[in-house]
Design a protein around this ligand. Structure first.
Ligand code: THG
Length: 292
C-alpha cells in the first residue's frame, strides 16, 4: 500500500501562514517528519490558489525537494499552478487531481500526458458528487475512456471514489467501499486512492484515528492501492505496511458477518470491532459509539 502524506496543506495552522509568507522552515521540517514517519509520497495541497498559484506551487515543490527525494502529489484545482509545479518536479509526479468537469478534463489530461505524470481521477461529475456505487462506476469508466483516448495509460490513473464524512452520510461511506469492490472488474489496470481523513472530518479529534484506521482496512480488503493519510498516525502506517495482520484479519471477519465474543478480545480489538460496525452502517454513528 502506497501512503501519501496529507500534512503539508494550506488549511493547517502552521503551514497555511508558511505558504503565504514563503517561509520554507516549517514546511521543510514537516516534510522531513513525514518522510521519517514512513510515507511514500508527499501531498502538497495549496488549495485553489487563485493568486500567484503558479509561483507558489513551484516554490513549495522546490522547497520540499531540497529536503527529500520522495515523489510528490501536487494538490490544487488550479491547472496553471499544476503545470508550474510539474515543470520542476524531479521524480514522476502525481497530479491531484483531475475530475470529470469538462474544463478540468480539457486542461488536466494534456498535463498528465505531456509531463508523463500519474494522475488521480477524482470521481466528481458534471452534476457534482456521485450518489452511489453505480454512479461512481459510470464516472470511472467515462474518465478512464477519456484519459486513454488522450494517450494516458490506465496504470497511470489512480481512481478516487471520494470518501465523505461519516457524520454527514453513512450511505456514501458504504458506497465508497462497495465501489472499491467493483473497480477491479470495471477497470482492472487502474490504481486507486482515497482521501482517508475525509471520513472523520467533523468528528472529535480523539475519534478520528479509529475511524481512519478501520476504514483503511475495509478498503484494503478490496485492493486499495494507495491512500492520502495523516503521516503521524503510527498505527495507521503500520496497518498499511502489513505490520498488524491480526487486526486486519479481525476487521475482515467482522465485515463477513462474524460476531466475535467481545469478552475474549483486547480493548484495542473491541475498538476495531465496534468501529467497523459503525462504518458498515450496522451500528448507528454517534460521537459516543466506542462507549456503547
Ligand atoms: N481526494 C484527493 N485529494 C484530497 C482529498 C481527497 N486532498 C485533500 C484532502 N482530501 C486530503 N487531505 C487532507 C488534509 C488534512 C485533513 C484532511 C484531509 C485534516 N486536517 C486536520 C483538520 O483539518 O482538522 C488538521 C489540519 C492541520 O494540519 O492543522 O483533517 O479526498 N484526491
Amino acid at each position: 500500500m502506497i501512503l501519501i502524506g496529507e500534512n503539508i496543506n494550506i488549511m493547517s495552522k502552521t503551514i497555511g501562514p508558511a505558504l503565504r509568507e514563503r517561509n520554507p522552515i516549517p514546511i521543510q521540517e514537516l516534510a522531513k517528519a513525514e518522510v521519517k514517519a514512513g510515507v511514500d509520497y508527499l501531498d502538497l495541497n495549496i488549495g485553489p490558489a487563485r493568486r500567484q498559484g503558479d509561483e507558489l506551487m513551484q516554490w513549495v515543490v522546490n522547497v520540499v525537494q531540497e529536503v527529500t527525494n520522495l515523489p510528490l502529489s501536487l494538490d490544487t484545482t488550479n491547472t496553471v499552478a499544476m503545470e508550474a509545479g510539474l515543470k520542476v518536479c524531479k521524480s514522476k509526479a502525481l497530479i491531484n487531481s483531475i475530475s470529470l468537469q469538462p474544463a478540468r478534463l480539457e486542461q488536466g489530461l494534456p498535463l498528465a500526458k505531456n509531463y508523463n505524470a500519474n494522475m488521480i481521477g477524482l470521481l466528481w461529475g458534471v452534476e457534482g458528487m456521485p450518489r452511489d456505487a453505480n454512479e461512481r462506476c459510470m464516472l470511472a469508466v467515462d474518465l478512464v475512456y477519456k484519459a486513454n483516448e488522450k494517450g494516458i495509460p490506465s496504470d497511470s490513473i489512480w481512481i478516487d471514489p471520494i470518501a465523505s464524512p461519516i457524520s454527514v452520510e453513512i450511505n456514501q461511506v458504504k458506497s465508497c467501499v462497495e465501489f472499491m469492490s467493483m473497480l477491479k472488474d470495471i477497470a482492472p489496470e487502474c490504481k486507486s486512492t482515497v482521501g482517508l481523513s475525509n471520513i472523520s472530518n467533523g468528528t472529535p479529534a480523539h475519534l478520528r484515528p479509529p475511524l481512519n484506521r478501520t476504514y483503511l482496512i475495509m478498503l484494503m480488503r478490496y485492493g486499495l492501492h494507495s491512500a492520502i493519510v495523516d503521516a503521524f498516525d503510527d498505527e495507521l502506517v503500520k496497518i498499511a505496511k502489513g505490520k498488524m495482520p491480526e487486526i486486519v484479519n479481525l476487521v475482515y471477519r467482522v465485515m463477513d458477518g462474524e460476531k466475535p465474543n467481545m469478552a475474549s478480545l483486547s480493548p484495542k480489538e473491541v475498538e476495531y470491532v465496534k468501529t467497523v460496525r459503525v462504518l458498515t452502517g450496522e451500528s448507528l454513528y454517534s460521537h459516543s459509539w466506542l462507549e456503547i
